[in-house]
Ligand binder design. Structure first.
Ligand code: GDP
Ligand code: IMO
Ligand code: MG
Length: 426
């Protein structure tokens, strides 16, 4: 399989890290193509739990090359923290490659993220404060600093000076915050730059050479469809294209190379941060989902908002990503529910919608229409074959499959690598 894309179908935290880790051994390269340290991907292998923000989850496999693609943004300080954590666990980062075209998250981007959120007051987005919006703003504004600018100290200093000439007046005049000097940032990042330098590559060339040599690539998505800057619930989104198209622009690999697009969907639904969430449960059931599913953010520790599975969201994700497969995660979290609800449509001012509308006022008014399915009321965490799941759990998956119009190839029943049911993946 030349190139496969893995994306989140909901509002993030679907278990992309676990699925990537599960299938990464089948690939020669794992490449992240969008987002930065706002991602929090959990990998649990051999009893060890790791939270990855910048490094692709394929890093766990020694024979697999890990690439941070050009569509990503890199926070050198978070990256180095992660490298030290991985090396401390005996996981080598020698094989990590960073695209020269990826943009750098600088200290003032994080300050601007926080300042902007504060200025928004009650209308804030609930960002991760990792500097994501301001860094992508600089990229689009053509005032950003790229990873390749680190290849040479003088170039880095010059690009930093150009960037500060634009940013310092904003910090000072708009937000009344202290400004930065080139020396200050250079000193802060100097050691990180030394480490990063030998890892910088021409990533589009590298990835395409790998494909030409018959190697396979897994593109590991971060964030999710509903957080995509174009297709998500704008403005309550992140600042990158985290849908499948982003794998193309974020890597420099052509769309004809991509043969499979796997969407990861939690068996219920969560969201961190503000914005619409039609099936959100603010009652005891929502609380139970949070407690049983340990729904607290990997990056910020915030409580995740919880609700029932929304088939409209998944249908929408199937459409905008062109999904070929679904991976349904955390099915075990539903083990102890008498009844499980699935949103099959919305009522918007008396009109029935069987997908997520693209117009914001309609989404705001969407009232979920539910079907209720019986729970299975037993522990499924030890199940490894689909046929061994209780009938109600098999029926639940079959129902989700029918609603999505996409086959469910993987089902997960626990956080560990082996707590996975491989149906049609291989
Ligand atoms: P990602 O951002 O999409 O990689 O997902 P996160 O790592 O932020 O959140 C998923 C959480 O669910 C992590 O704590 C995982 O260890 C955990 N997890 C993944 N799959 C399963 C599963 O099948 N069952 C349970 N109980 N937990 C899971
Ligand atoms: P993974 O890859 C869940 C959310 C934030 C906020 C919005 C904008 O772990 O699934 P940002 O810091 O990107 O400007 O925040 O997007 N968000 C995520 N929510 N999982 C993520 O990543 C997220 N990355 C960003 O909570 O609502
Ligand atoms: Mg996460």
């Amino acid at each position: 399989m030349p190139a496969t894309v893995l994306v989140g179908t909901q509002w993030g935290d679907e278990g992309k890290g676990k699925i990537t880790d599960e299938i990464a051994a089948d690939f020669d390269v794992v490449c992240r193509f969008a987002g930065g340290a706002n991602a929090g991907h959990t990998v649990v292998a051999n009893g060890h739990k790791l939270a990855l923000h910048q490094v692709p989850s394929g890093v766990m496999y020694e024979g697999t090359a890990s690439v941070i693609g050009n569509g990503c943004i890199v926070d050198p300080e978070v990256l180095m923290e992660e490298v030290r954590m991985l090396e401390g666990q005996g996981i080598s980062t020698d094989n990590l490659k960073i695209s020269g075209n990826a943009h750098v998250v600088l200290p003032f981007h994080k300050v601007l993220d926080g300042a902007h959120e504060q200025a928004l007051g009650s209308k804030n987005l609930g960002t991760t404060k990792r500097g994501i919006g301001p860094t992508y703003m600089d990229k689009m504004n053509r005032t950003g600093v790229r990873i390749q600018d680190m290849l040479d100290d003088d170039t880095f200093r010059q690009k930093l000076a150009d960037s500060l000439a634009y940013t310092n007046p904003i910090l000072e005049k708009v937000y009344g915050l202290p400004t930065y000097t080139v020396d200050q940032i250079f000193e802060q990042l100097h050691e990180d730059i030394e480490w990063i330098r030998p890892h910088i590559i021409e990533s589009s060339a590298f990835l395409n050479e790998e494909l030409e040599a018959g190697k396979s690539i897994l593109f590991e998505g971060a964030q999710a469809t509903m957080l995509d800057i174009d297709h998500g619930t704008y403005p309550f989104v992140t600042s990158s294209n985290c849908t499948a198209g982003g794998a193309v622009t974020g890597s420099g690999v052509g769309p004809t190379q991509i043969k499979r697009i796997i969407g990861v969907a939690k068996a219920y639904l969560t969201r961190v941060g503000a914005g619409p969430f039609p099936t959100e449960l603010l009652d005891e059931t929502g609380k139970k989902l949070r407690e049983v599913g340990h729904e607290y953010g990997v990056t910020t520790g915030r409580e995740r908002r919880c609700g029932w599975y929304d088939a409209n969201v998944i249908k929408y994700a199937a459409r905008v990503n062109g999904l070929t497969d679904l991976a349904v995660t955390k099915l075990d979290v539903l083990d102890d529910f008498d009844e499980i609800k699935v949103c099959v449509a919305y009522d918007v001012d008396g009109k029935r919608y069987e997908t997520l509308p693209e117009l914001e006022p309609l989404v705001e008014k969407a009232k979920p229409i539910y079907e209720t399915l019986p729970g299975w009321k037993c522990d499924i965490t030890g199940v490894r074959k689909f046929e061994d799941l209780p009938q109600e759990a098999q029926d639940y998956i079959a129902y989700l499959e029918k609603l999505a119009g996409v086959r469910v190839s993987i089902v997960t029943v626990g956080p560990d690598r082996e707590q996975t049911i491989n149906r049609f993946w291989k």
